[in-house]
Design a protein around this ligand. Structure first.
Ligand SMILES: [Zn+2]
Length: 410
């Protein structure tokens, strides 16, 4: 390809070719790009292949929440390779530009820019004004992406670009969902999902990996729970994490095991024989009980529901924990979820979508899920239901967007 207009100088006999003393590679690239623009090289490469077999490689739309960076060069260069190769091999390979302009990445970028840390600040600022700022950021980012892509020689057709926030794009998605619905392929069901209570959104398994894990304090606890028809009889129970207690739906018991009834500190306690060591001071055995006889007993939950319709019962499980009785919070725990679904026990939700406890959660009402352990402990002490708290540090996944520890939510 001729780059200059001057006639070659006649070289001495023993010189094959001459190289300039210094070459500016960026300058060379820019001159080449100017030539491509002037001659319409990209359009010509498409026009010459029109009518040939079509090669579709969709531009997975980059998120328009900021400026592209060096690592995007590598990804774009690899993608570009396929389009160029296919074009050279005789295929018609159109390339349509597009951007993912929706959702949290954009909102979080604007929140960072404006120093916003709570949802209420967005509401004070005005949702419409906030959305406008998000759109402005999208426009700025797209301009940066275009000049970046041009500069690295990445050819895209911007005339028919798509933005996920454009009405026709959203309507296309609705149309597709509608078709699935009409075909009977959409059904309603509950399942547990990783959830960020700060961002108020579920996370895909990919997103969960993105965030990684962080060690954080977890409070397990052992409780003494009274039976409804005889509150002097108490089950020694355990719960995986204290904050799940307002969402408990049942207590699991091992129907195959043998339990002990003992007298301890003036009360009757039922537990697995191995768990007797957890009771300090004198313990007086009273009777042996079959686990099967301990299924479907009604008990008094520490966080009852205001309507008396719901009965809290013990149910058979395979893993009843160290004491023989385990609180099941199916809205937050996969094993509990499976057990409750099998046995037709209704899910019980204590948290709203922003990770705050609902009005039925006593002193916890309105509090964020992380940081309520002391309140739960105080409530259990008030009810004389707390046996012990076991504080430990456990690695748990955090949200890749905001680093808040994630929970499971059903
Ligand atoms: Zn988050």
């Amino acid at each position: 390809m001729a780059m200059g207009g001057t006639r070659p100088r006649r070289l001495p006999r023993n010189v094959i070719f001459e190289t300039p003393g210094s070459v500016s590679l960026p300058e060379l690239e820019q001159r080449l790009q100017e030539l491509w623009t002037k001659e319409g090289t990209f359009d010509a490469s498409l026009a010459r292949r029109r009518g040939r077999p079509r090669f579709n490689l969709y531009e997975a739309p980059p998120t328009a929440n900021g400026s592209p960076a060096t690592h995007h060069v590598a990804a774009r260069a690899v993608k570009d390779l396929f389009w160029r190769y296919k074009t050279m091999a005789g295929w018609y390979a159109p390339r349509r530009a597009g951007w993912d302009t929706h959702g949290l990445p954009i909102e979080l970028a604007v929140e960072r820019e404006m120093g916003i840390t709570a949802r209420s600040q967005i509401e004070d600022f005005g949702i419409e004004a906030f959305n406008r700022r998000c759109r402005e950021l999208v426009d700025q980012s797209i301009a940066a992406w275009k000049s970046f892509s041009d500069r690295m020689g990445y050819w895209l057709d911007y005339r028919d670009r798509f933005l996920t926030c454009s009405p026709w794009y959203m309507e296309s998605v609705w149309w597709a969902v509608r078709r699935l619905f009409d075909q009977g392929d959409v059904y309603r069901a509950f399942r547990l999902e990783p959830y960020c209570p700060r961002c108020a959104t579920t996370l895909s398994s990919h997103e969960l990996e993105l965030g990684g894990e962080r060690r954080r304090p977890i409070a397990r606890a052992r409780l003494l729970i009274s039976l409804k028809n005889d509150p002097s009889v108490r089950l020694l129970t355990s719960i995986r994490e204290l904050w799940m207690l307002p969402a408990e739906a049942a207590i699991g018991v091992d129907a195959q095991a043998t339990y002990l009834k003992v007298r301890w500190r003036g009360q009757v306690v039922v537990l697995l024989p191995d768990a007797v060591r957890l009771l300090d001071g004198p313990v007086e055995p009273v009777a042996r009980l079959s686990g099967a006889d301990l299924v479907h007993l009604e008990y008094l939950p520490p966080f009852p529901e205001p309507s008396a319709d719901r009965r809290f019962l013990t149910v058979a499980v395979r893993q009843p924990g160290e004491t023989g009785f385990v609180h099941l919070a199916p809205a937050h725990d996969q094993e509990a979820f499976d057990v409750c679904r099998e046995q037709g026990i209704e899910l019980r939700r204590a948290l709203d979508s922003n990770g705050r406890f609902g009005p039925d959660s006593g002193d916890l009402a309105g509090r964020f899920v992380h940081g309520v352990n002391e309140l739960v402990v105080a409530e259990l002490k008030r009810q004389h239901s707390l046996h012990s708290v076991l504080a430990e540090r456990k690695a748990s996944p955090i949200c890749w967007r905001c680093e808040t520890p994630t929970i499971r939510l059903g």
